[in-house]
Design a protein around this ligand. Structure first.
Ligand SMILES: [Zn+2]
Length: 339
């Protein structure tokens, strides 16, 4: 069972459409334990190192009764796992009955869930599957509370988490992976992928050299600065939680003639925390100098999602949703493992 979990995790972790950086988490249950990913570990590393922790199965009852339960109390042989924490999203794994559960930041699912104009189409294309959709809630206790009420007395094996991703459960890893593929494939016709197709990109861009900021060397990321739909969507705010965790609240979008430092200062003031990426429309995408790899990975993820939206009218996280993630100690821990 554990070896099936490891193999599934490595496969999911290798697929950037589903898992970016240390995002996503998986679990498996046997008669005594639930094995869940450790916070901050990378699914793609599952074959190289032990990224899972065993918790006593008793944690399930405790979480369902009280989603604020401290799950680290249920680690089996805690002395063996000093310094490791169960995933922030352990509760959602524990709540579901399925032997195997995977939570991924699937890009078609995220992109579809943030566009209100697609709501009817999502219902149509997912018809026939055992699925439920949950509005955005902060990962952890708040999300778990909603999952408990949404899955009570129903046989749900697919959960669409708005502005966040996808959860699938099954008795085998094959079932879980096939459900993830099925959902993503059914949502694919609702996407308008524009990677590498913007003719404006063919014209040389005027680069800005401003101390403290670096041009991001990635064509897909750069395409964001030339894409009207993505720019409109990004002006609404952060689209999903891992963006906030690694890049701060949203993206600063410079106004005509505004310097990057002024755009960042304006954005920081409005949002109450530091943004780490800047778009100068028609010019390029820039990042705070010295941004770590994990944060740059999230910028690439943002481009892959922004450039598949049909409409720039999106539901973003609220500013209080953003600030709840920026100040969250559990996320500071997760970030610290990757810096
Ligand atoms: Zn997540």
């Amino acid at each position: 069972m554990l070896s099936d979990l490891i193999q599934m995790s490595a496969r999911l972790g290798d697929n950037f459409e589903l898992v970016q950086g240390a995002g996503g988490n998986t679990s498996a249950k046997d008669s005594e334990h639930i094995w869940v990913k450790s916070s901050g570990r990378v699914l793609a590393d599952a074959n190289q190192e032990m990224i899972f922790l065993p918790l006593s199965l008793d944690c399930r009852k405790a979480i369902i009764e009280d989603p604020s339960t401290d799950v680290s109390r249920y680690i089996v042989d805690p002395d063996k796992y000093i310094g490791l924490r169960p995933s922030i999203e352990t509760a959602l794994h524990a709540i579901l009955d399925h032997t195997f559960v995977a939570h991924v930041h699937a890009m078609n699912t995220i992109a579809a869930s943030i566009q209100p104009s697609l709501n009817d189409r999502i219902d149509e294309v997912l018809c026939g599957l055992n699925w439920v959709r949950i509005p955005y809630r902060k990962p952890g206790e708040e999300l778990a509370t909603n999952i408990i009420s949404a899955t009570q007395n129903t046989e749900i094996d697919i959960i669409i988490l708005d502005n966040h991703g996808l959860v699938c459960g099954g008795d085998t890893t094959e079932k879980v992976e096939s459900l993830i593929c099925e959902v993503e494939a059914r949502l694919a016709p609702l996407m308008n992928s524009r990677f590498g197709t913007d003719s404006n990109m063919a014209t040389p861009t005027t680069r800005i050299n401003e101390p403290g900021y670096e041009y991001v060397s990635d064509d897909t990321v750069q395409q964001l600065a030339f894409d009207e739909i993505a720019l409109e969507a990004l002006s609404a705010g952060s689209l999903y939680p891992d963006h906030v965790v690694f890049l701060g609240p949203g993206v600063a979008i410079a106004r005509e003639g505004e310097s990057m430092s002024d755009a960042v200062a304006r954005s920081n003031k409005v949002r109450g925390a530091s943004v780490k990426s800047i778009i100068v429309p028609g010019v390029g995408v820039f990042a705070q100098a010295g941004l770590n790899e994990q944060s740059l990975t999230m910028l690439y993820c943002l481009a892959r999602i922004g450039l598949r939206l049909q409409s720039g009218t999106v539901t973003s996280l609220t500013n209080s949703d953003e600030l709840a993630l920026v100040d969250w100690e559990a996320e500071q821990y997760r970030r610290s493992l990757k810096t």
